[in-house]
Design a protein around this ligand. Sequence first.
Ligand code: PA5
Length: 323
Amino acid sequence: MAHPSAAQMWQWTLGLPEQLAYRAKGLDKLELSDAPPRRILVAGMGGSGVSGRFLAALANSTTVQIVPWNWAGAPSWLTPADAVLATSYSGNTAETLATVNDALAAGIPVTGITTGGKLEQLLRERERPVLSVPGGLPPRAAFGFLLGTGLRVCARLSGVELWQPERTVAALTQLRSNLGSSQFTPISVITKSLIERPITVYGTCPLTAAAALRLKQQLNENAKQFAWSATLPELAHNEITAAGPGRPPSRLCLTLAQEPPPLDSVLDDGEQTIYLRGSGPSPLAAVLGLVFQGDLVSLALAEARGVEPYPIERITAYKARLG
Ligand code: PA5
C-alpha cells in the first residue's frame, strides 16, 4: 500500500494552529481530586513524549511540577498524591504502557491521551479518563493535537492555566501567513546549510531546549539525518572541550532572547551558527513559532536529500520486536 506523500506531510505540518485549537471531548468531565496532584508525570516516547518537555518547561514558571518521562516503568518515588498523564498517539507503545501498568498497580491516578490501542482499552477497563485525538497521522505530525490536549489536561488537573489557547493559535496562524516574508530566514536558506552534515540543535532555556529536542527528532525521522540537541549553558561544562578543528556538525541555535546567545564565542571553533529567534505574544507562542519553522526545515531537508519523510521502518521494526 502506498504511504502518505511528502505533500501530505507538509499539509499536516502546516495544520499546527488548527491542531492546537482542538478540544478533546471529555475535558470538562475530568474528575478532580480534593487536592491537585503534587506532581504530574508525563509519560510518552518519541513524537508523543516530546510534548511532556514543553509542558515541564512551561510549568517551571508556575507552582505546578511536571516531570517528563521517557522510560519503561514508573519511578519508585511516584505516590498516589501524584498523577500520570500517559501520551501515546498509537496507544500501543510498550514503554508507555509499562509506565501506566506500574502506576495503576501503585494506585496512582492515570489519564490518557491517545487515538486508541491498548492504552485506551486498559484505561477504560480501569475506569480512568481517556482523551481522544484524531487518528490517521504519524504521531510527530499530530504534535499540536497532543500538546494542546496535554496543556488542557494539565490545567484541569492542577487548576493552573499554563497557556492562553486563543492567543497562541492566533499568533501561529499569523506566523504561518508571514512565513514567506523577509522577517524570517527562508526555510530554503536554513536547509541549504544543513545538507549532508550531522546537525546539533541548541536550546538556551527550558522552552527552547524542548524545541531543540523536537527539531532533532524531526530531522532524524523526517529527513533521516543524524542530529543531536544540546543546551547552553550546560554545554560550556562539557561539549566545549570537544569543539575544534575537524568535521564539526552544522549548528542551529533556537532562542527567545533579543540578543543572540554567545554560542559561537563559547564554542570558539570558527564555525558559524544559524540563529533562529522566536517572538510572539507569549514565550509559548514564540517557541511554537520555532517548532513550526523547524518542522518545515525537516521536511525541506528530506526533499533536498531525496528521502521520503513519512516512512520510519526502523522504528516500526523496533516496536514489533518489543511486541
Ligand atoms: O514519531 C514517531 O512515530 C515516533 O517517535 C512515535 O511517536 C514513538 O515511537 C511513540 O509512538 P506513539 O506516539 O504511538 O506512542
